[in-house]
Design a protein around this ligand. Structure first.
Ligand code: ATP
Ligand code: MG
Length: 579
């Protein structure tokens, strides 16, 4: 086994609550995977009795594959918190009066419903932004506060407006038999807290619960975990304070400390060797993160070489920055490169530069596959079939044409049809594909996307299962994999991943650290953690770039160099402007 002493200890830890607390690249995820394999193979635990929770579906898939490689068995219960909740709610939701065929609303559907709620209440959408209201509701749900409790807590005109919309929004969701993402967690907790028999069933079932990236759990996820391990108490959590980057979604790294309160017999294992990065990168990352005061900084050492210095490029403007990245990337293996940025909008100039000279890339988390119009149209038909109360899907179908609608409503679905056949049939009777012109480049892409959807449909012959799966795909779960392409993504999406070459772009005050964090100590510390996460994705070559002038959201600005670069000692850095 390729494990060090401490990892081995964690893998073979007997029973009871365990926390693996360690810095980036120290093999936490590896230890978790090996532990799953060890429990099944050496301890004879039935894979059905093991629950593994990770941050993205992609990470879950990777873990499944790794465990499969190690022992040739499948992990039937590996996924995200949201996916897990969707699954138990589908099986047992009736215990808390959920309809059997509930649909899961994605971000767009939820926003459409918020807007509907605001219209119903005649709330001026210029005065109040639906996104702001949605964010408040989402934050409340992550704190397990329902709409009635929210009303009692609400203060001020804005608070009371949110409270009103919250109640109306919930009423609509109920009418449509729909749950939003946050409901999945909140109701998952409710199911385990309010239904004795159901709670008992899952507490009995999951003899071991393993959770990766525990520093980014919010209250709902924390409570869920706690409820699940009540009987066996075999929780293995993995985390690093310095990598908590989702507080804006209610995540709280203090949950790592709370574990010690809830489980006084919690065993903590520290891993201290970093296997990922060169010494230079690790030193620099430590210099950046050590400025944080509100949480412990876990020590790491590396056996690796010093490695190349960290290279810094100063560009005249954002176009020059992009041209520089394109030029550098060309010298490397595309697959080994990642370009990381603070906000999604920054990808555009890089994409343009790449397109110009034909560098293949994968954009993670841009317009997501399942948010594309043609895909949403197809899914709306399917969702409506399963749940005729889904008004958001219905509205969508209506917009596709009256004749098509009538034909669709007339159709009686034979129960034996597989998802793929149903989809084909719908496309046929609504003549949906006829809208596209194969000679048009954009249309061709749409047709290809629908084909891609067909192949996903092939995997899930049961329509309900298919819909559940498509609803829960998230940032980081790129559909097209294994291409020899550069990865473009936000720093947030890069968590847990690693690349030989990393480019962190837009290293400017106001951009990164983000302008919003300037006046707030906690937020600044979170930006710093984000910088640490980005840097520690790198195995070998780390590049920073910034622009003296930048056109950003239509404004030409000039920013100072990011303070994070100033925190790194000169001897680790190298300017590569004049080569
Ligand atoms: P992060 O904090 O970024 O999530 P992590 O602590 O989960 O990182 P892993 O992703 O598990 O770290 O491991 C980092 C790298 O080190 C991987 O490439 C992994 O294969 C390798 N690695 C981990 N442990 C060992 C070991 N004992 N021997 C050799 N390589 C190892
Ligand atoms: Mg990890």
């Amino acid at each position: 086994m390729n494990l060090n002493q401490q990892q081995k200890k964690a893998v073979e830890f007997k029973d009871g609550p365990l926390l693996i607390l360690a810095g980036a690249g120290s093999g936490k995820t590896r230890a978790l995977t090996y532990r799953a394999a060890y429990l099944i193979k050496e301890k004879g635990i039935d894979p059905q009795r093991l629950l593994l929770v990770t941050f993205t579906n992609k990470a879950a898939k990777e873990m499944k594959e790794r465990v499969n490689k190690l022992i040739g068995a499948n992990l039937p219960w590996a996924g995200t918190f949201h996916g897990f909740c969707a699954r138990i709610l589908r099986i047992d939701g009736q215990a808390i009066n959920l309809p059997k065929n509930f649909v899961i609303f994605d971000e767009d559907d939820s926003l459409a419903t918020i807007k509907q709620a605001m219209d119903n209440l005649k709330i001026d959408n210029k005065l109040y932004r639906k996104n702001n209201i949605k964010a408040c509701i989402s934050a409340a749900k992550n704190e397990l506060i329902n709409s009635l409790e929210y009303s009692q807590l609400a203060r001020g005109v804005f608070g009371e407006t949110v409270a009103k919309v919250f109640r109306e929004y919930q009423r609509l969701l109920k009418e449509y038999q729909a749950l939003d993402f946050d409901d999945l967690l909140m109701l998952g907790v409710k199911l385990l807290k309010e239904s004795g028999p159901v709670a008992k069933k899952y507490q009995e079932k999951f003899q071991y619960v393993l959770v990766d990236e525990y520093q980014d759990t919010n209250k709902a996820q924390y409570e869920l975990t706690k409820a699940l391990v009540k009987k066996w108490r075999n929780l293995t959590a993995v985390g690093d304070f310095s990598q908590s980057i989702y507080s804006w979604r209610g995540a709280d790294f203090r949950n790592l400390n709370n574990l010690q309160v809830d489980f006084p017999d919690l065993k903590i294992i520290n891993l201290e060797q970093n296997y990922r990065s060169t010494k230079n990168i690790l030193d620099a990352a430590n210099q950046v993160i050590s400025k944080n005061k509100s949480h412990p900084i876990l020590k790491l050492w590396a056996n690796s070489q010093e490695g190349p210095k960290i290279r810094i490029f100063e560009a005249g403007d954002e176009k020059e920055e992009a041209a520089f990245i394109a030029k550098e990337v060309k010298k490397l293996k595309y697959k080994d490169c990642a370009v990381l940025y603070r906000t999604n909008a920054q990808s555009r100039t890089i994409e343009e530069a790449f397109l110009k000279i034909g560098i293949p890339y994968v954009l993670v988390g841009g317009v997501k596959f399942y948010s594309r119009k043609e895909i949403k149209d197809c899914l709306a038909y399917l969702r409506f079939l399963v749940n005729p109360k889904d008004k958001v899907s219905f509205d969508r179908i209506v917009k596709l044409g009256k004749k098509q609608l009538d034909k669709f409503l007339e159709w009686k679905r034979p129960t034996y049809l597989t998802t793929r056949k149903i989809l084909e049939k719908i496309l046929e009777i609504t003549a949906y594909l006829k809208r596209f012109d194969e000679k048009d480049e954009e249309d061709l892409e749409r047709l290809e996307n629908i084909k891609e959807l067909m192949s996903v449909a092939e995997e899930y012959s049961d329509l309900n299962e298919f819909l559940q799966n498509t609803a829960l795909v998230e940032e980081g779960d790129s559909i097209k994999e294994n291409k020899n392409a550069v990865t473009l993504m936000t720093l947030h999406a890069s968590k847990g991943l690693e690349f030989k070459n990393v480019f962190m772009i837009g290293m400017e005050e106001g951009l990164f650290p983000h302008a919003r964090s300037m006046m707030n100590r906690d937020e600044m510390e979170e930006e710093r953690r984000l910088c640490y996460v980005g840097m520690t994705r790198t195995k070998e070559n780390l590049f920073f770039s910034y622009a003296r002038k930048r056109l950003y959201f239509g404004f030409l600005g000039s920013n100072a160099v990011s303070r994070f670069l100033g925190d790194i000692e000169e001897n680790l850095l190298e300017s590569i402007n004049d080569y």
